[in-house]
Design a protein around this ligand. Structure first.
Ligand code: 4AD
Ligand code: MG
Length: 453
């Protein structure tokens, strides 16, 4: 007997005589004449209704198939007699893979996100979190699709690293030295300092200087003690790097990528998105439609700050020329321009060493893509390809040339203009779903003082 996925059964064009499906009981409705099991196997949002009547009502297993039970059901798929679903499974066999104890915490009511965060091992079995996890998977495929269509090679950059790309000092240390002992670093596993990567950019740059266009897509780690709704200690980042790209090419690539991903989601994940539109953010689909086909703005940093300073808005952090943009500033800019805004050409003092200096030596060729709801989604730049200027920037920021010898080497032998950016995958999912807290788009979020699994 063929095993079916519920998604395929619900999309069936015809009745099917012999069907087996496996999944988890979402609800059970018992009656004298008939008992219904709503079964979900995670392949789609909707449940399959399994109907038990006549002799099937006497199945011993049916008594035990309460909410949460893992079951296998056999029967025939036929048009539903009832309202609300097109198909139902008229069942004559039931198998219990695993019972569910009566204190199963997911009952048929709306649970708060806070509560569900405490049971992250079970929340993918709810409608909302199941949909988020399916979207994550679909979007990961879409990312690869996008870059393949643009002739970018997928490269794997290391997770354990000896350098701090962003220079923010928020690197998790990797060590095998015994706790509480003062062993010299030379006795550590690598014989030197090592940490978890904060970005694959520097290594991606090296690869771009050989393959022209590359991208990484992997986990990144930041030990920032910022307990906000959009920072996680472990998050996934997509980082393209392209030789012979200037900042304008880079901005174009970033905008195209966001449009492509939103388009992909609207075309391939509509059922899940509709759930978010109904229960998470009213008007989400309209907002996404705008992201797909509406305008993207570009604004030099100086003009962006000007706009902020002239606004009547009562910012908690007062904006001034030279300031870092706070999240409230980012949101204001998107709101007042009515869509995504790429702010570019930042003062060099607030950006990392690797960004390309402008001719007047005061700004760098940086770009941040800010989007409604989320704020900064993408950070990137044209890289400094000139050896002498790069060395000067390292010195300015108190970084040692010796630590970056390989990065400098690339500027000695066939250096070329190149650019890239990092798109926070988890923030992108917030944008796509309307979910306000990054903890709720990550299967097992890691944030300060929070590591359950
Ligand atoms: O702006 P960031 O720090 O840029 C870089 O790391 C560059 N090296 C990327 C590059 O040019 N290849 O980070 C890029 C993006 C941010 O815009 C944000 O979306 C996301 O990564 N991000 C975070 N997402 C979740 N939690 C955090 N703590 C994040 N920090 C950055
Ligand atoms: Mg940034």
């Amino acid at each position: 007997m063929p095993k079916y996925k519920i998604r395929d059964l619900l999309a069936s064009r015809e009745s099917l005589p012999d069907v087996e499906v496996n999944g988890w009981v979402r609800t059970k409705r018992e009656g004298k004449e008939v008992t219904f099991l709503e079964i979900n196997d995670g392949t789609c949002l909707a449940n399959l209704q399994a109907v038990f009547s006549g002799e099937a009502l006497n199945l011993e297993e049916l008594k035990n198939a309460n909410t949460g039970t893992a079951v296998g059901v056999k029967g025939r798929l036929q048009p539903s007699q009832g309202q609300g679903q097109k198909w139902e499974l008229v069942s004559d066999g039931l198998f219990i893979h695993g019972l569910s104890e009566p204190d199963y915490p997911l009952q048929k009511k709306r649970h708060s996100d806070e509560f569900l965060r405490q049971i992250a091992h079970l929340r993918p079995r709810t409608n909302k979190y199941g949909a988020i996890m399916r979207l994550r998977s679909q979007m990961a495929w879409a990312v690869h699709d996008f870059f393949r269509s643009r002739d970018f090679f997928y490269v794997q950059t290391p997770i354990i690293t000896g350098s701090d790309c962003e220079g923010g000092g928020s690197v998790f240390r990797v060590t095998t030295l015994p706790e509480g002992q003062d062993a010299p670093i030379t006795e550590d596993f690598f014989g030197r300092w090592a940490g978890l990567t904060v970005s694959g950019q520097l290594e991606a740059e090296l690869m771009a200087m050989a393959l022209s266009r590359v991208y990484t897509f992997g986990p990144t780690f930041r030990a920032e003690n910022s307990n906000t709704a959009r920072h996680a200690a472990e998050f996934w980042m997509i980082e393209p790097e392209a030789a012979f790209f200037d900042l304008h090419d880079n901005m174009g690539l970033a905008e195209d990528m966001v449009r492509f991903l939103v388009d992909y989601a609207l075309k391939n994940c509509l059922q899940d998105l509709e759930l978010f539109d109904r229960f998470v953010e009213k008007g989400l689909l309209e907002r996404l439609e705008k992201l797909r086909s509406g305008a993207y703005h570009r604004l030099p940093y100086v003009e962006a700050v000007d706009l902020l300073m002239k606004s009547q808005e009562d910012f908690e952090i007062k904006p001034f020329q030279g300031c870092d943009l706070a999240s409230e500033h980012e949101k204001f800019l998107c709101q007042s321009l009515g869509g995504p805004v790429t702010v570019h050409d930042y003062p060099k003092g607030i950006k990392p060493f690797y960004m390309r200096l402008s001719d007047d030596r005061t700004t760098v060729a940086a770009m941040d893509v800010l989007v409604p709801k989320v704020g900064e989604l993408i950070g990137g730049s044209q890289r400094e390809e000139r050896l002498d200027l790069l060395k000067a920037r390292l010195a300015e920021q108190g970084l040692s040339e010796a630590d970056y010898w390989w990065y400098l080497d690339i500027r000695r032998w066939g250096s070329a203009p190149h650019s890239g950016f990092g798109l926070g995958f988890d923030r992108f999912l917030m944008l796509l779903t309307g979910v306000n807290n990054i903890r709720d788009v990550i299967p097992f979020p890691r944030t300060p003082k929070n590591l359950e699994f």
